[in-house]
Design a protein around this ligand. Structure first.
Ligand SMILES: Nc1ncnc2c1ncn2[C@@H]1O[C@H](COP(=O)(O)OP(=O)(O)OP(=O)(O)O)[C@@H](O)[C@H]1O
Length: 257
């Protein structure tokens, strides 16, 4: 196998007496969809937050492309090429699709108008937004100037995924992308995740939906009691095996797939 693109070794994060991450390891390889599953409170969110700069671990090391990185906020991780699609705070409802896609990285008008007057180049942003959405087959969204609150749940998630795919140059992290969606919308988002993978970006998918995980993941990282218990190949195990490992009902024979 190629070298991993993102690794963590010995990550530990304590909240008072609770050890949310307990000497945890993690590996993501180029081009793969790696699902992260685990029981409630196992430490999945804390792991993901550490990888995307939202939480600073007490101990341990994270490497991106083999180089040690220390993110103290999510902006630094974004600048390094790690984009995260959050479960809830994905988008600003009152803003347009294009504005949401460029939130925090707006394109300014050329020359003094942009540099001094800080004027936004809306035309340029709308053009790029339109391109990105159509690349992912999301051009059922008619008007790029439309406020995000007028979109369906699936369309909103699509915009959030498109944003991550457009700007994530190294890694895309998706936290429960189908949790709030209906059957049809979930399907579309799963297809989008596969499209993002086809474009060569590796994806970390955190999900409680085991059938969705088995459908799209290349490998499954099973998290238990603050650490990686094992990594399985979904073609070699059943969903009930995965749930049994997660809950401790069964002990895996091999640790890493
Ligand atoms: N900000 C915090 N302050 C205090 N305790 C926290 C904080 N964040 C997480 N924890 C604790 O750390 C442990 C791991 O939480 P985490 O949210 O990472 O688990 P999870 O696997 O994502 O759970 P879930 O599937 O329920 O979202 C839990 O016991 C949780 O209560």
């Amino acid at each position: 196998m190629a070298e991993p693109i993102l690794t963590a070794r010995g990550l530990t994060k304590r909240y008072g007496r609770v050890t949310a991450l307990d000497n945890c390891d993690f590996d993501l390889y180029p081009g793969e969809i790696l699902a992260v599953i685990g029981d409630n409170g196992a430490g999945k969110s804390t792991l993901i937050k550490a990888l995307c700069g939202a939480v600073v671990p007490d101990e341990g090391e994270i490497r991106l492309d083999g180089k040690p990185v220390q993110f103290t906020n999510p902006m630094q991780a974004r600048e390094a090429g790690i984009e995260t699609v959050y479960q809830n705070l994905a988008l600003s409802p009152a803003l347009s699709i294009a504005d949401n896609m460029f939130m925090g990285r707006e394109i300014r008008k050329p020359g003094v108008m942009g540099s001094v007057l800080r004027m936004l180049d809306r035309k340029a942003m709308e053009k790029v937004a339109r391109e990105k959405l159509s690349e992912l087959g999301l051009m059922t969204i008619q008007n790029i100037g439309q406020a995000v609150e007028t979109l369906s749940g699936g369309q909103r998630q699509g915009v959030a995924v498109a944003r991550a795919a457009a700007f994530g140059s190294k890694v895309v992290i998706m936290d429960e992308p189908t949790a709030a969606l209906g059957v049809k919308e979930s399907r579309r988002v799963l297809e989008l995740i596969l499209d993002v993978k086809k474009r060569g970006l590796p994806i970390i998918l955190i999900s409680h939906n085991i059938p969705h995980v088995f459908e799209v993941a290349d490998r499954i990282h099973i998290h238990r009691l603050g650490k990686r218990l094992c990594v399985i190949d979904p073609k070699e195990y059943t969903m009930s095996d995965a749930v049994a490992f997660m809950t401790g009902a069964k002990v895996p024979e091999h640790v890493i797939a």
